[in-house]
Design a protein around this ligand. Structure first.
Ligand code: ADP
Length: 485
């Protein structure tokens, strides 16, 4: 897959996710606003109904009082219109039809006027006396609480907890429930209703109601949003992990391609040298002196060795596929192995004008290793030191060994080569990883050497670390457990 295709897919997916999240956010915001509005409408309507019921209650109070007064007056003065059997004190049967109709009409009018009188009386009482009644008589806490509860239940806010206060026009609290906080500053959560709106402005009473659990009530409608958000988050994580894997895979493919290119290059040179030598041997026109034959056989020998070395390196690759390499373990004196490798390598280092020194201080250097792989490990590290030497400074390579805490052996390989940058340092042990400036001295590596080294050392229950300063040099530190006996 092309890099641009991956980027386009990533961008489209990101856009889709952003859109989805935006829509979800927008929906949630609208939902909260709607629930808030519904709650406010229901609360306001309940408060209004309470106020209406209080007005009616007060009207009944004055009506009952006026009726009471009228009744007491009736017992003092005998009202003529109050007797249903008589009109103006006469028995009904004593009138003729025309008179009866006339009398009945008058009686009705009197009754109407009497009721009208009572209602006028009530209205006058309400206007003149109601506002002067003690507020606690007009709207006592128990009645307010009961009415509020009933009205809230009717409006769908069943069992909604509330706190309330009765205040005057100055805002002073006349009575309140225990939980009502006068300082409650939550404007969205405080509902105010004027009680007895017919009262003179200065004497008006207000009912303030506060709902402590309003927020939870509004949010409870969003319960389904949480699992949805969790699923979106999960999708997002899966998406980013997939993208990271795709990029990793792509990088690995690129590295493998590099590896194949480098490998072809490494094989091509010895093959063409050998083929050239073979052509010379075949060519009848070339006279073959013994020196020439020796030269040609040296070339063939050297190039075959080189080829074998390359094949060996590629074969090392197969080690990675096994979780634990099949090692032929034996007890080996690491000092002896190091000494032999150093001796073999000395010539190579000196060929480039450098020097290789060994300081094998370890008193006990018996380790249980696979000799062939262990030698390969040291060889790879020394080979790298030569490959990544500085052009202008003679290579100074030091191999050392010494004991650590009596049961571990430390081997260090230190060079004064080109060094490794911090960013690369973290990755040089990865399979196929090569520093971009690694193609120095026309070095075409595979990026496998250090991965192989680490794999073998780990399989031997050891550790390998690297310290490096760019432009100064590099030091590899191997720690292996000593054999117990
Ligand atoms: P290769 O040498 O085939 O590229 P390695 O796995 O052996 O692969 O090394 C990985 C990278 O680590 C190399 O490309 C090189 O840049 C860096 N490196 C390894 N050893 C040294 C060293 N002694 N000095 C500087 N750089 C090194």
């Amino acid at each position: 897959m092309k890099k641009s295709t991956i980027w386009i897919l990533t961008s489209l997916m990101t856009l889709a996710f952003a859109g989805l999240l935006w829509m979800q956010g927008y929906y949630v915001k609208n939902m909260v606003a709607m629930r808030n509005e519904q709650f406010s409408d229901a609360a306001k309507q309940s408060l209004y109904m309470v106020s209406e019921r209080l007005v009616k209650r007060e009207t009944r109070y004055f009506y009952d009082q006026t009726i009471g007064q009228v009744a007491s007056l009736q017992t003092d003065v005998n009202f003529s219109f109050s007797s249903p059997q008589t009109i103006s004190g006469q028995p009904l049967g004593m009138y003729d039809a025309g008179d009866t109709y006339q009398q009945a009409r008058e009686e009705m009018r009197d009754k109407y006027l009497q009721q009208q009188g009572i209602i006028d009386e009530v209205i006058i009482s309400i206007i003149s006396q109601a506002a002067d009644r003690p507020p606690m008589e007009r709207a006592d806490s128990a009645t307010l609480s009961q009415m509020l509860k009933q009205e809230l239940d009717t409006m769908g806010l069943k069992n909604m907890p509330f706190e309330f206060a009765l205040t005057n026009v100055q805002g002073d609290i006349i009575s309140s429930t225990a939980g009502f906080s006068a300082t409650a500053d939550d404007k969205d959560n405080m509902f105010v209703q004027t009680l007895f709106p017919q009262d003179p402005r200065a004497k008006q009473l207000f009912l303030k109601v506060y709902f402590p659990t309003k927020h939870e009530f509004v949010m409870s409608s969003l319960n389904y949003v949480y699992p949805t958000a969790a699923f979106i988050l999960l999708l997002l994580v899966v998406f980013f992990v997939t993208i990271a894997l795709v990029f990793r895979q792509k990088k690995l493919t690129e590295m493998k391609n590099d590896f194949i290119n480098n490998m072809t290059h490494e094989f091509k040179t010895p093959i063409s040298s050998i083929s050239l030598a073979a052509q010379m041997l075949n060519d009848q026109s070339v006279c073959k002196s013994s020196t020439m034959l020796k030269q040609i056989s040296t070339v063939i020998n050297d190039e075959t060795k080189r080829l074998r070395f390359q094949v060996e390196k590629v074969l090392q690759m197969s080690m990675f596929d096994k979780s634990k390499a099949t090692l032929k373990l034996e007890e080996v004196d690491a000092n002896v192995v190091l000494f032999n490798v150093v001796n073999t390598f000395k010539l190579k280092v000196e060929k480039y004008g450098g020097q290789l020194s060994a300081q094998l201080d370890a008193m006990d250097a018996i380790v249980t290793v696979d000799q062939m792989h262990f030698t390969n490990v040291i060889f790879n590290l020394l080979d790298n030191a030569v490959k990544y030497r500085k052009d202008d400074v003679p290579l100074n390579l030091e191999v050392a060994s010494h004991d650590l805490d009596n049961d571990r052996l430390e081997i260090t390989i230190k060079d004064n080569g080109i060094g490794i940058r911090k960013d690369d340092l973290k990755r040089i042990f990865e399979k196929f990883y090569r520093v971009s400036t690694g193609n120095l001295h026309d070095v075409k590596g595979f990026g496998l050497g250090l991965a192989y080294v680490r794999k073998i050392i780990q399989d031997l229950d050891g550790t390998i670390n690297v310290e490096s300063e760019y432009g100064i040099g590099t030091k590899f530190i191997i720690i292996l457990p000593l054999s117990k006996n």
